[in-house]
Design a binder for this molecule. Sequence first.
Ligand code: GDP
Ligand code: GDP
Length: 442
Amino acid sequence: MKPVVALVGRPNVGKSTLFNRLTKSRDAIVADYAGLTRDRHYGQGRLGRREFIVVDTGGFEPTAETGIYHEMAKQTRQAVAEADVVLFVVDARAGISAQDHEIASYLRRLGKPCLLVANKAEGMHDGLQLADFYELGLGEVHAVSAAHGQGVRSVIEAALDQIPGADVEPDDEEAGEVEANAPIRLAVAGRPNVGKSTLINAWLGEERLVAFDLPGTTRDAISVPLEREGRRFELIDTAGLRRKGRVFEAIEKFSVVKTLQAIESANVVLLLLDATQGITDQDAHIAGFILESGRSVVIAVNKWDAVDEYQRELVKRAVELRLAFLKFAPIHFISARTRQGLAPVWRSIIEAYESAHRKMPTPQLTRVLLESVQLQPPQRSGMYRPKPRYAHQGGMNPPVIVIHGNSLEHVTPAYKRYLEGRFRKAFALVGTPLRIEFKTAD
Ligand code: GDP
Ligand code: GDP
C-alpha cells in the first residue's frame, strides 16, 4: 500500500501550494485529458521511485469558532487518522500563532509521525529566525519554500523515512516483467451505495471452485482470490469492505484514502456507477484518481434493472460527457442484484490487463505510424510541417509510445488523438491509458 502523507495547518500557511508541488509530476501525465475534474484535496505524489498519496486537509476548513476538535472538521480528522505521516505546516514569516499551538498539541497527542514544516522560508537563515518554532514541541523545524520548491524534496524524504516499510520496493511490473501466472489484482471502486458489496457478494456467491481463505475479520484490508474465465484474480479491498458472516458489507465511513490506496495497488480498477443516480461529482473525482494512477479501468453501470429507457439514455450520455477522459475504458451495464451482465465484465477486465502489458515491437509500431501518416498527414503549422519518422515503445503498464521525427512539437492535440486511435485499434488496446510522447530531432 502506498504511504499517505497528510498536510495539516491553519489557513494561508501554504498547504495547497505545497500540495501542488508534491503532485506536480502527475499533473504533467494527465495534462492531455480534457474534462478531467480533479479533487484538489487528494493527489498522487512521487519522489524518485517512491510514490505516495498526499492529502491536503486545508480544503476541509474549520467550521466552528473555537477549539481544535471543532475546528478540524471530521474529514480532516479522518484524513489525519488515515495518514502514515503528518506534515504540520506553519508560516515561517508570520511566526507562531495560538492556532499553531492548538494544532501542535492535537498532533502530539495523536502520537503519529509528524514533521514540522516552516514554509515561506526562502531567504531565511534556519537557526535564527526559526528557533521559535521549537516551542511547538515537535522537534526539528524543516525550513521549506513551497512556492520556490526549496527544501521540499528533503522534507518529503524525511517524512517517508518515518514510515516503517515504506522503502522503495522493486516494482517488477513497472519494469514490464509480469509473472505469467500472477493473479490480476482487481479493485472495485465507487462511492457509497453504488452496489460494491452487492456485486462482490454476487461474485462470491457464484464461486464454487476456489475455497477462499479469508484473513481474519479484524484485519483492515481484505483480499479474496477468485477464478474467472480461466484466470486468477485477487480482489483487493476497496470500499473498506468488511466481512460479516458469509457476506461482505461496507463499513459505514467511506474512505477516499482507502479507495486511493486500493486503486494504486490494483492492476485493473472496476469503476462502479449507479444508474439510478447518474454521474455525481464524487464519481467524477474517483474516475479522476483512476486516470491519474495510470491503472487500467473498466466501467460498470450498476442497477440497470432499476431504470427505464429514458433514464438509461440519460446515464449513457452523462458518462460520455462527464467521464470523457475515460473514453478508453470499456463500459458495461449490469445488475449486481439480478446478476445480469456480469460475465462480459470479466472479459473486459482481462483485456484491460493484457492491454496494459502489451508488447509493441518497433517495426509494427513504425508501420502503423507511417500508414497513419500517409492516410492523413499532420497539418502544417506556419512554416513547420511535423514529420513523424518512427516509433518505439517507451514503457508499459500503462503503455507509452514514443514517436521520433522532425518538428513534432507542432503536432496538434487533434492529430495526437488521431494517432492514439490508430495505435489503439492496431494493437487492440482497451481499458488502459496510452501515452504518446514526441521526440523531435531538430
Ligand atoms: P493554504 O491556505 O495553507 O492552502 O495556503 P496557500 O497554499 O493557499 O498559500 C497561501 C499564500 O501563501 C498564497 O498567497 C501563496 O502564494 C503564499 N505562499 C505559499 N507558499 C509560499 C512560499 O513558499 N513562500 C512565500 N513567500 N509565499 C508562499
Ligand atoms: P456499496 O456501498 O457500494 O457497497 O453498496 P451496496 O452493495 O451496499 O448497495 C447499496 C444499495 O443498492 C443496497 O440497497 C443494494 O441492495 C442496492 N443495489 C445494489 N446493487 C443493485 C442492483 O443491481 N439493482 C438494484 N435495484 N439495487 C441494487
